[in-house]
Design a protein around this ligand. Structure first.
Ligand code: HEM
Length: 225
């Protein structure tokens, strides 16, 4: 099948899964902003925990989590396949560093390494939150404890070591998304000269807003909660 056997097919899989993950991140960033209102309103996490409770371990949340896991695995596996394939195609030229086109950006050459940092950060994040919440509820923890996302945010971002690790993770994610968004659009067909520049600009603005939302939540919880 061309989708899995050809280079362009694999890139299409990377692009579609990548764009879907960006949509998830948009929802996730918006959901987290609710917690900022809780901090300033001094409500003790009433509204954020209500959102967590609504998602909880309902069937639709479980289906969403399973779909998300499939997207992440597909995105990572195909990134690995494409990286190895590119390395093989370059052959002994891989050491000719000075031959690199001047305009090829730093991110585009380090997408896989940055992606790896993103995945490691995600593992830590799932351990800090998902494990204490959705997984705990599935294993029988009382719902009141498993939906207290506000408390886990206070604990995680109140710790300066975690705060720094998360900020590094957000920076890596910003580089990754910045490149990933226009690269995906190019693969999916918007590769004319005008649209190339437009998507680059749209991608940069969009991903900066999303990442700043995550950064704001982490900082507000560190300083104010
Ligand atoms: C300030 C930053 C963030 C906060 C406060 C935060 C908070 C949370 C919380 C509370 C949950 C558990 C939700 C539940 O199980 O009900 C969660 C799950 C999750 N987060 Fe985050 N998150 C942040 C950033 C991110 C980022 C940057 C990513 C991706 C790169 C991410 C990916 C995920 C994933 C994949 C899950 C599991 C979702 C599911 O169970 O369906 N999060 N996060």
């Amino acid at each position: 099948m061309w989708l899995t056997n050809s280079s362009i097919g694999r890139k299409v899989i990377m692009s579609v899964t990548g764009v879907s993950l960006i949509l998830f991140l948009t929802f996730h960033a918006c959901m987290n902003i609710v917690a900022i209102f809780d901090v300033f309103g001094k409500t003790g996490g009433e509204h954020y925990n209500w959102v967590c409770e609504m998602l909880g371990t309902n069937w639709y949340a479980l289906v969403g989590t399973a779909a998300l896991a499939v997207l992440v695995v597909l995105h990572f596996v195909y990134a690995l396949i494409l990286t190895l394939q590119n390395k093989k195609a370059r052959g002994s030229n891989k050491y000719a560093v000075t031959d690199r086109p001047a305009k090829v950006e730093w991110e585009s050459q380090n997408m896989f390494v940055i992606g790896l940092i993103v995945v490691l950060g995600l593992c830590l994040h799932l351990f800090n939150f998902w494990w204490n919440m959705m997984a705990a509820e599935l294993m029988g923890a009382p719902a009141i404890e498993a939906t207290d996302g506000y408390r886990y945010m206070c604990e995680t971002f109140g710790n300066p070591v975690f705060l720094i690790i998360y900020l590094v993770w957000f920076a890596a994610l910003w580089f990754h998304l910045n490149h990933g968004m226009w690269s995906a659009m190019q693969t999916l067909g918007w590769n004319g000269k005008t649209w190339f520049c437009r998507w680059k600009c749209i991608g940069q603005i969009y991903t900066t807003i999303i990442i700043l939302m995550f950064v704001a939540v982490a900082l507000v919880f560190n300083f104010c909660a």
